[in-house]
Write a protein of this length. Sequence first.
Length: 302
Amino acid sequence: MRRALVLVLLAAASFGVTPGAARATFPGRNGEIVVCARYSGEPRGLFRIGADGGSLARVVPKATWEDIAPAWSPDGTTLAFVSERTGDRDIWTARPGSGDRPVNLTRTPRRQEWLPTWSSEGRLAFLTERSGGRSDTIDVIHANGGHRVTVVSRGADIFGVEWSPRGNHIAFGVQTGASFAIDSVRADGSGQMRWASGLRHAVVYDWRPDGRWVLFQGDLDGRRVLFEIATGGGHRIRRLTSPGPRESDQHAAYSPTGSKAVFVRTTPHGDELWLVRAGGGHERRLRALHRMRLFGVTWQPL
C-alpha cells in the first residue's frame, strides 16, 4: 500500500542531479522540545516541553509582541527565533536560562525575516520578505549579526529553508506556478539544483541528522501529510505520517538522535504533539495541547 502511494506521488515529480553527501546538522542526545504556540486571544510565544511530553513552560516571558519560528543551535545552548518586539519582524537569538537579554541580529525596518536555520559552524540562513510581501530571498548571516549576504533570490514565494549537516547545502521549497518544487543550493549561492517538481504542496521543515533525508509537508488527496525526500541519487520520496480524514500534519523536526520526528497534528479537538519513527510508522501522541494553537517546533541537542 505504501509503495503504491509513493509511486502515485512520484508520478507528479521530476528529479534533478545528486547533491553532495551530508551528515547530521544537530547530532546529540534528545533534549527539550521548543514549540511556538499561543492560547486563545494571546500573541504567539515560545514554550519548552520535555522530551517525554511533560513540563510545559515559557522560554521567554509572556509579552504583547509575537516570538515565533524557534531553532536550536548545534550545541543546544542558543535559540534563534523571529520576534516582532521592535515593531518589525527580525531574527533574534537567546540563551535560555543564562539571564542574558535576547539579541537582535538583523535590525531591518524595511524587511521582514522568517524561519532561521543554523549551519553546523554557527551561521544562520533565513527567508526575507522585501517589497510586495514576497518571501523571495534566502539570506545568510553570522551569529553575531555581521556579514549578511543573499544566496538565493527568486520571483516566487519560498516555503521553508533548512541547512544541511555540513553547512554546504541549503534545501528549500518553492512555488512554481500552480505546483511546488524542492530545490537545493550551495551555501555560497552556487550550484542550485532541483530535487523534485510538480508537487501539489511542499514546505521544507528539517534535515535528518544522518544527512540522507529532508523532511517536508506535502499533499495527499487534499490532506497535509509529512514526507521525506532522499538527498542522494534519485531523490526518492516516502510518506512518514497517516493523519485521519479530518486531521493534518505540520511543523515537524527530527530528534537529535535521528531515530524519530516530532510534529503537530491538527485534529477536530485541537492541536497535538505526535512522534513518528524516522522512515515512517509507529506514530504515537506525545501530548495533547487542545487549549493552544501550535505553529513551529525544534528539538534541542545535548
